[in-house]
Design a protein around this ligand. Structure first.
Ligand code: ZN
Ligand code: ZN
Ligand code: ZN
Length: 260
């Protein structure tokens, strides 16, 4: 008799607790929750596997579990809890002994005996707090300073932060990319009124540089609202990712390079 989807999920959950990498390899679907990776793109299985492999090195006592599982039509919901002690370097940030204990709601959908995973409440402020605890992001009052360590957060993680998954749908505007390198390192509009900013974005269609959406004045967002230019990238070269305001889609620096 073939295994029921409930039994299969139970096997995934019990495997995850004793062998996180093996569980991802065997049970996580290649597709993202509502998005199939293109032929050049790594699969969800590969992405999540790489992320967890990094965490297992940095947090030797890393553990993941899924609790409170319920069924909602063709999908399952539950809470993913991850714990561990940051003992070794993680993406450039040395181990500081910080204890990670983080819980988030997830949804799972069965595809051919595997599960597509979505992080349902993977909100930017919350994950930035987690990244700060791990020394990967500066404290709030030092956001405009250079990073304490040469940190290279995987773009896939940033993708999750922005979208909760790989993306709701791919950006439809990539053919409009005209400019990929910033011509200035300041937000001129903030400078004119004596304000500061935590980070800068540049418009990939006309090159406008403005402050980010967590800044007081949100000049990059205002530029989109005024001009309809939806594509921005982080101005920092080590953070080459882009964002489309219209599609709520994240894209990686490799995409920008390919389109440039
Ligand atoms: Zn778009
Ligand atoms: Zn500004
Ligand atoms: Zn523009």
């Amino acid at each position: 008799m073939p295994q029921s989807v409930e039994d299969r999920l139970e096997e995934f959950i019990s495997t995850l607790e004793r062998d996180p990498l093996g569980a991802i390899d065997r049970f996580v679907a290649p597709d993202f929750f509502s998005y199939s990776p293109g032929p050049e793109e790594p699969t969800a299985t590969e992405r999540i596997g790489a992320l967890v492999a990094d965490l297992l090195v940095a947090l030797p006592d890393f553990a993941a579990s899924i609790i409170d599982v319920g069924r909602d039509g063709d999908r399952f919901t539950g809470s993913l809890r991850v714990t561990g002690t940051h003992a070794n370097a993680l993406w450039g940030a040395p181990g500081g002994g910080h204890r990670l204990d983080w819980t988030t709601r997830i949804s799972l959908r069965a595809i051919d005996g595997r599960f597509a995973v979505r992080f349902d409440d993977f909100s930017a402020p919350e994950i930035v707090g987690v990244l700060r605890g791990l020394g990967l992001v500066n404290p709030p009052d030092e956001m405009d300073q250079p990073l304490h360590h040469p940190v290279a957060i995987p773009e896939f993680l940033l993708k999750l932060v922005f979208t909760g998954q790989a993306s709701d749908r791919p950006c439809r505007h990539l053919a409009s990319i005209r400019v990929t390198e910033p011509s200035t390192r300041v937000c001129a509009q903030c400078l004119a009124r004596g304000d500061g900013w935590p980070a800068l974005r540049m418009c990939l269609m006309c090159g406008f540089v403005g402050c980010c959406d967590t800044s007081k004045n949100r000049h990059a967002l205002a530029h989109y609202e005024e001009t309809g230019h939806p594509l921005v990238r982080s101005i920092r070269m080590d953070e080459g990712w882009g964002w489309c305001y219209e599609d709520n889609a994240f894209f990686e620096s490799a995409t920008i390079v390919r389109r440039a």
